[in-house]
Write a protein that binds this ligand. Structure first.
Ligand code: NAP
Length: 547
């Protein structure tokens, strides 16, 4: 076990981590703290994960910078100075590079290496990891830090290969300058990625065609340079700030919590004033104007109508405003934050194409053909999202006990215990896996919690000479029921969102994340305190020592 960290090792490693984004980097740091050997594999040429791949114009975080940061090192969180309320992708990538350098993490990361298969050897109690290049190594533990939104969804449009212009996906943006000046550009998709990129691309492009299938709700980000005094105030008690955020349903926004009162106890004037205040403040806070907006359809309708009225006020052409106005439940698809999104449609070079009424039929050598017409384009940007939560995991051939594949195991939707473990797959952990709060929270916080839980778990196993940990089927079944029951108390399952897998043709519809962070945090702590209740632990003295 005491080999040089990162060195290829005939005995393999104690821990293999798949991914070197936010989760992989912190996991690597944590494993090193435990004194174990570790190798992280990363498909990209550098660290950053989401922030490495999503370099599209306008890419920016929708969680406030002071919250969207690591908390495992007090020195780090004191040293780093954020410049804006919501950080840009380049700033976050600089931060993650700084973290990698500051903690000397790169020496244990193998870049440009896609993991193709993970196979559990029951006799040896180890995972064999195979890369796309065919190299193999083994590890006692495998930690999947593959990200929830990392498997790009490119709809299989006919003629995709025939288009002669430039093609991009927001989640696979090239690492060189892309300039749309003077070009005719098409953006397919109006989720967060489309909504962030459209205003920026519109300023460069000669003509911009936005291919919209479902209008999305977007709230003004209200971004601004960070006030140094505000930053200093948080830093004066960062631990207290983190602790307060841990008690919030989304693991954040403790400075501006949701109002628990019912919308029906407020007069129309009071509602208007409350919505106006939150709209002007910017960020996602409008959803928390009243406690029943995300659980009661009538309450939600009132808030949704407020946003539609804002769209009508911003977009000058009433017919265009109507086409940009969403009808689904507000917030049941992930809410978007924007800077000048609706305003952009007042520009003469921006055109909204309704592909719900007239779907895209094919790409042609010169553009996009819908059922209603043909659009000549020099570049097409796919802002078509991701095979969320399961896509990256299932793209790897993961085989557990008795050759059970994760693809078979999850053929009717993902099933986990706590979003951390899967029966049949011993010693394999999924950071922010389905069944955990993950994408419904500040991911930085969820990742922090999972990394620490996994780290403590591995420490416990070592201390107690336990060689394998595996979620039980009973625990998994109860957990899946629990996740669904909680979701059903909200309006989340009521539209075709990626939370449900509804954006991917053929994907089983299951609500994948768990709503509510604090109860989950407590549950995970309780499971650990009770000797990893819900997991089978196997002692084997022959295998107990890693040395
Ligand atoms: P998304 O929310 O899934 O949006 C994809 C868009 O593409 C939707 O408008 C979708 O329409 C459209 N689309 C998909 N297939 C299509 C087809 N065949 N024809 C026409 N339109 C099609 O993806 P995203 O915008 O990349 O965002 C995904 C998530 O990433 C976000 O919800 C958020 O969690 C995260 N994200 C965060 C930030 C941030 O921090 N600011 C930025 C970007 C992304 P339908 O709605 O009709 O399916």
């Amino acid at each position: 076990m005491r080999s040089t960290p990162g060195s290829a090792n005939s005995a393999g490693f104690d821990v293999v981590i798949v991914g070197a984004g936010i989760a992989g980097l912190q996991m690597l740091y944590r494993v090193r703290e435990l004194g174990l050997t570790v190798r992280a594999f990363e498909a990209g040429s550098d660290v950053g994960g989401t922030w490495y791949w999503n370099g599209y114009p306008g890419a920016r975080c929708d969680v406030e910078s002071l919250e969207y940061s690591y908390q495992f090192s007090e020195e780090l969180q004191q040293e780093w100075e954020w410049t804006e309320r919501f950080a840009t992708q380049p700033e976050i990538l600089r931060y993650l590079n700084h973290v990698a350098d500051r903690f000397d993490l790169r020496r244990d990361i193998q870049f440009n290496t896609r993991v193709e298969a993970l196979t559990y050897d029951e006799d040896a109690g180890r995972w064999t990891v195979r890369t796309a290049a065919g190299d193999e190594t083994t590890a006692r533990f495998a930690v999947m830090a593959t990200g929830c939104l990392s498997s790009a969804n490119v709809p299989a449009f006919a003629g995709l290969d025939t288009f002669a212009g430039e093609i991009y996906h927001t989640g696979r943006w090239p690492h060189h300058d892309v300039d749309f000046t003077g070009k005719r550009v098409g953006v397919i998709g109006t989720g967060s990625s489309g909504i962030q990129s459209i205003p920026v691309v519109a300023e460069q492009a000669a003509e911009l065609y936005v291919f919209q299938r479902t209008a999305a709700y977007s709230l003004p980000a209200g971004n601004h340079p960070l006030d140094p005094a505000e930053q200093a105030a948080i830093k004066a008690d960062y631990a207290g700030f983190r602790a307060r955020n841990n008690r919030m349903p989304s693991a954040g926004n403790s400075r501006f919590p949701a109002n628990p009162a019912s919308i029906f106890d407020a007069t129309p004037d009071e509602r208007e004033a409350a919505f106006d205040f939150r709209w002007a403040r910017g960020g996602p806070g409008l959803l928390g104007t009243y406690g029943d907006i995300m659980v009661n359809k009538d309450a939600n309708d009132i808030a949704a109508e407020y946003v539609r009225e804002k769209i009508r006020q911003i977009v000058k052409d009433p017919e265009l405003a109507a086409r940009l106005s969403p009808e689904q439940v507000l917030g049941c698809k992930r809410i978007c934050l924007d800077t000048n999104y609706y305003e952009t449609f007042n520009r003469p070079n921006v055109h909204l194409v309704d592909v719900a009424a007239a779907p895209i039929e094919r790409l042609t050598p010169t553009g996009i053909r819908t059922r209603a017409g043909e659009y000549e384009l020099d570049a097409v940007i796919f802002a078509t999202g991701f095979d969320a939560m399961t896509g990256a995991l299932l793209s790897i051939d993961i085989r557990g006990r008795a050759d059970l594949t994760l693809r078979e195991k999850w053929s009717a939707g993902p099933r986990t215990y706590l979003g951390l473990g899967v029966p049949g797959f011993p010693n394999l952990f999924t950071i922010s896996g389905p069944g955990s709060p993950s994408v419904l929270t500040n991911m930085m916080v969820s990742i922090h919690q999972h990394v620490n839980w996994i780290g403590e778990c591995i420490q416990y196993l070592r201390d107690n000479e336990i060689v394998s940990i595996e979620a039980t089927l009973e625990a998994e079944q109860a957990w899946v029921i629990h996740v669904n029951e909680v979701a059903d108390t909200t309006l989340y399952p009521q539209c075709n969102s990626w939370y449900l897998g509804a954006n991917i043709p053929g994907k089983t519809r299951v609500f994948m994340p768990l709503v509510g962070f604090p109860a989950y945090l407590d549950k995970c702590a309780e499971v650990a305190a009770n000797g990893y209740e819900g997991f089978d632990l196997t002692r084997d003295r022959r295998l107990a020592s890693c040395d």
